[in-house]
Design a binder for this molecule. Structure first.
Ligand code: SF4
Length: 450
């Protein structure tokens, strides 16, 4: 069945699963070990499809493309999502061949090298406009980051769960808060967009502590993620937590507690952050305890509306959702700038909004500490995915909003007397930046300002 929300943000997300492998640090207390990629269950749809295809990345990519086409989703602008665990922990060759195979599938042609495959993809029918890799905070070294850049990665999802060393110890995470802080800084300085996975309700936490930790994520400049996935702790078959639960030593939040907690979170989250997901879809056969409602987000939104509360996160303000709700869209657009300190650098978040605070596009700029460059970490024009170059009445993409935001970035660079702008760009967007006068230099699109 076609889910219109799938492509509501302008790009079609395509997930490809890596083969199962044990995490190098051991196993986290809440993570199931079930002969599929760690932390997943054999009944998750993406995993079932990957298993059928023997985790072959080329076949998975082709199968997903075919499925999207059958559901009439556009497939010219793809965000490739590598899921299934800590990708940078896999052998180098595996990583390289995996990514190349995905590009080859998009290109409809097998290239000799990854570089060649990326080059071909710049003008391919299915362009990879963004690439997301999941990792742990202790697998974000300079070398890991260099490799991610080489792959054409633009977004990294970090398993942060709960920034507290005592909790980390209790749940056997195998890394520290310091690792989170350093990974966040390194990734931001390399230009990546960063999403945190967080898990309220872990052993060692409680309602008040979860709210305190959530607040800390945005008050403490060492964190400040661009995106969040909120995965409340669930007791899953095959996880160590199941034994604690059976012995009466652990209890997950009830549905009512979760609703209350996430409403609190939503009132804290700043305008520059996007809540990507609330709740993880665990097949009922594998859920021992924890809430089963995968439409929790909708329940929360409805409740917030009744209470007259508003979530300021990017997703809740995107034009795509307003169009879905058939709201009247006012076209009086203006720029709204937010400046904040993060990970020892300065962030400038600029959004295009209308009078009703509906967001049409955004740009995320960073000035890393002690540097004289402006980094563009994200440029996004929101709206349903449209064919490259195609215009749609009343829709935001390709109506010059991206150019407006880029002009603003260049104006800011001039104000700071910076001579160079760097953009982290999916390989499928390089052509767009070339038209704006940018050239490929290393892994970035670069422009020298006079
Ligand atoms: S790091 Fe992630 S995949 Fe690995 S054991 Fe922990 S939760 Fe599971």
């Amino acid at each position: 069945m076609r889910k219109p929300t799938k492509t509501i943000s302008g790009v079609t997300p395509l997930a490809v699963v890596i083969k199962p492998r044990k995490c190098p640090h051991g196993t986290c207390l809440y993570c199931p070990t079930l002969a599929v990629p760690q932390s997943y269950t054999p009944k998750s749809p993406a995993i079932m499809c990957a298993m059928l295809l023997n985790y072959d990345p080329h076949k998975q990519t082709l199968a997903r493309l075919k499925a999207f086409q059958a559901m009439k989703h556009p497939t010219d602008k793809i965000e490739l999502i590598i899921m299934g665990g800590t990708f940078p922990a896999y052998p180098k060759n595996y990583q390289y061949n995996f990514i190349k195979a995905c590009y080859d599938a998009f290109n409809g042609k097998i290239s000799k090298t990854l570089e060649q495959a990326k080059k071909l993809n710049e003008k391919a029918e299915h362009r990879c406009v963004a690439l997301c890799i999941e990792t742990r905070p202790d697998f974000c070294s300079k070398k890991d980051i260099e490799k991610m850049l080489e792959f054409g990665c633009t977004r990294v999802e970090l398993g942060v769960q709960a920034p507290d060393d005592k909790i980390y110890k209790k749940v056997c995470r195998g890394h520290t808060v310091r690792d989170v802080i350093e990974a966040t800084r390194r990734l931001k300085n390399a230009g990546f967009k960063i999403g945190y996975h967080i898990m309220p309700g872990l052993p060692g936490s409680n309602f008040k502590k979860d709210i305190r930790m959530f607040r800390e994520l945005f008050l403490n400049s060492d964190f400040k993620p661009d995106q969040l996935k909120i995965y409340p702790t669930q007791v899953i078959k095959g996880a160590e937590l199941e034994r604690l639960y059976e012995r009466g030593k652990y209890k997950p939040y009830t549905k009512e507690q979760l609703i209350k907690l996430i409403i609190e979170f939503k009132q804290i989250v700043p305008r520059y952050c996007r809540i990507m997901r609330v709740m993880r879809e665990i097949p009922p056969d594998f859920l021992v305890a924890g809430t089963i409602r995968i439409d929790l987000r909708k329940v929360i939104h409805d409740k917030m509306e009744v209470l007259g509360l508003k979530c300021n996160c990017i997703r809740c303000r995107e034009i795509g959702f307003a169009l879905l709700k058939k709201k009247e869209i006012k076209k009086d657009l203006k720029l709204n700038k937010i400046e904040y300190k993060a990970s020892k650098g300065k962030e400038l978040f600029i959004e295009i909004i209308n009078k009703d605070d509906i967001i049409f596009g955004l740009i995320r700029l960073r000035i890393p500490d002690k540097s004289e460059i402006l980094l563009v970490r994200e440029l996004h024009v929101y709206g349903p995915a449209l064919k490259i170059g195609k215009r749609a009445r009343g829709k935001a993409q390709h109506t010059g909003l991206g150019k407006w935001l880029m002009d603003e970035a260049e104006k800011i660079a001039s104000e700071y007397s910076y001579k160079k702008i760097f953009i982290i760009s999916g390989v499928g967007v390089r052509e767009y930046y070339r038209k704006l006068g940018y050239k490929l230099e290393g892994h970035y699109m670069v422009k020298y300002l006079s």
